[in-house]
Each structure stands twice: as C-alpha cells, then as structure tokens.
Design a protein around this ligand. Sequence first.
Ligand SMILES: [Ca+2]
Length: 425
Amino acid sequence: MRKKSFLPKLFIWCLLLSLMLPNLAQTEQAKAASNEESMSFIINDFEIGDGINQFKYFGPWGVSTGISGLHNGDEHWSNAANWSDPNDVYFTVKFVGERIMLYGITGPRHGIYAVSVDGGEATEVDAYSANRTFNQVIFDSGALASGEHIVKVKATGKKTGTAPDMQIDYAEVTKQVVHATGIEMDAEPLVIEEGSVVQLRASVLPANATNKSVVWSSSNASIAQIDEQGRLTAENAGNVTVTAASLDGGFRAMREIQIKAGSHFLKGAVGTTDMHYVKANLFDDYKRVDYEELSQLTDKAWKGSAWKGDRASAQLVLWTTSKVQEQVSLTIGSLVDHKNNKIDASHLTAHFVKTTKAARGNPSQGKPQELIPDILDSAEPVSMEKFSVQPIWVSIDVPRDAAAGQYTGQMTVQAASGENVAFTL
Ligand SMILES: [Ca+2]
C-alpha cells in the first residue's frame, strides 16, 4: 500500500514546480528591465580628510571611543561651552552617491543644526529629544543627482532642550550600482626571466564601475604564481597564460607570459642605512623597502666618508629569486688608496641583519605583526629561502693613524651554489 502512494505524491510536486518556475523567471526579467539597482555604504565619523567619503571637522570637536550602541563605538561631539561663534562650528561630508542620511544621537542637550547640500540653502534640523537616543536619523537629503556632493552641518546655537551641543556618529550613502561592462589588460606577450617578480595590471570597465575587483589566475602555478594584487612570480622556465577576471560580471582578459631560464638567483645592491629592507611591506607608514622595490636596485658600489677615528656604516641588501641559496657567506678585504695606504680588513666588519617579529601600531585595531630587521647577527653563513631578502650591515672603523685619502675595497658574497655578488666599497 505504502509503495503505491508514492507516485501520486511525486505527480503533485511536479505540478507545483511547473506552476512556480514561470513566476520566478518573470521576477528576474522585471529586475533587469528596471535598472534601478542601488547599494548603500557607511562613512563612519572617524573617516576624516579632504577626500571622497570622508568627514572634516571645523571648530572645537571632541571624540569618544569604545561606546556600545555607536557605529564603530565612536563619535564626534562639540560642546557649546567651548564655542565663541556657532558659525565656526561645523562638519562636512564629501561623498559620491544619490542620497545621504546622517545618523547620531538625539538628546536633551543636542541643539538645532543648519544643514546644507552643495552650498545650497540651509535646512534646520532639531537633534533634541527628551531622552538620549542612539542611531537616529539627524538628516536625510532625499534624492540627489548622481555624482559628487558635499553636505555641511553647522551649529546654530539654537536649542529646544538644555543646550545647543552637536554630535555625529556616521553617514549612510546610497549609490547607483554601475555594473562592469568589460576588463582591459595589456595584451602584449611578455618575456621575462625565471626568478623575476612582475606587477601586472588590469582595469575593470567602465572607470566608474562600482565593483572594480579583479581576480587573477595563472594557467600553471608551478611555472608562475600570481597573487591577489596581480604580482606575478616566475618560479620556473616555461609558458603560462595569466587571466584577469572582473569579480562583477566575470569578464576576462588574458596575457601570454614566456619565462626564460634564469642565470642569477642571488642578487644584491647597495642600500641606505636609514631604511629597512623587507620581503613584504605590511605598513605604509614606515621607512621600508619591500621585495618588489628593492629588486629594482642595481648599484653595487658604496661610497662614504668618515673622519679619522670615526665609524662609517653602510647597508647592503641581498635577495634571492626562485632558488634557495645555502651557506651564503661574506668576505671583506682591506681598503687601499692610490698611494697604497691601507686600512686593514680587521677594521671592517660585515654582519647579516636578522629580523625579529614585532607589532607596530595597535594590534587590537587589527594591525598585523611583521618581521622587522633589527638584531645585528653574526657573520656566520646564512641560508636564504626562495624570494627572500637579507640585509648586510657594514661598519668601517677608520684608524686614528690612517692617512687621508680615497680608499677602495671589495666585499664578496658567496653561496654554496657558486653564485656570488661583489660589492665595491
Ligand atoms: Ca561612529
């Protein structure tokens, strides 16, 4: 009995599905035809500057952080007790979009603000409420023309409650979605050497597309890898096709890359003593040179000057490409001038600079930890991984009895592979 009842049930489900499917298809069509797709995003009050999607504050403003109920836990406020003229107390928000809504706290101490869009006539909005209430719409611009706008919110000194103070938490901007229509990449075939690192670029079209994200891929990762930013690392000789695809719409552009067998996998150049030489630069606020930048360095002759009895310091930097280098060692010779005066090699020291993992900034704010060159290591040979960076610190102690003159010497870096780099000092 039970088995027999299965068939009628299946029939009913099929009937239901066939009724529902045409409806779904119609909804999709309606969406595409209306072309009214929009998205919204938040500009927090702590996004500060002159740029697009940033706040800027004028007059005496204070800040609070770590307050639950506020967007990102933070706010800007201005206390009327600190004002000499309300006209000097305001903030602006520059944005690209078609509507802006300002959110803040309403309360008994919050006053009447004068809000203007694009320098137009001001509208007065009242941020008063009997009880302090978070996340309230202070101002809504309504529909604006698509494009760049600036909204200005000024103190008036007028109040419904006990004070005309000001406060702001965040803005919400609504923006028309501009879909990708294609992707552009240089199509010229590229010929590079094994061990090279090359930055490739692609742009999603049109220029004002909302989502300009590009997804990179390599047809053969054992020959060449490409990272999320389009940085290609040529690991081995061979041919690969690199594809750049737009995340929105999946438009694709391709480029053929030919990788020739390399000849040098250990390289070096003269750096400066006031920079850090690192594999990757995770911070943009510090004096550091990353792999891509330093691999452009070519100078192998260091020049410096020092007084008698003084110390001169130099920083040299080594880097490897697609082969590991074992037993990398340093040999430093004496310095000799053209009259054959000599500064003995015992006055010269060359050390590999070790790295230490350290956090900078505030780790609780998501600042990453990174390797920072710091400790002066011994002159013992080191092993270098593929695509790694190894700075060398050179000190020259000029003897008190050294004759004045121009001295030159050589420092050689040698690896077990037979590769070497020679520096002139
Ligand atoms: Ca906030």
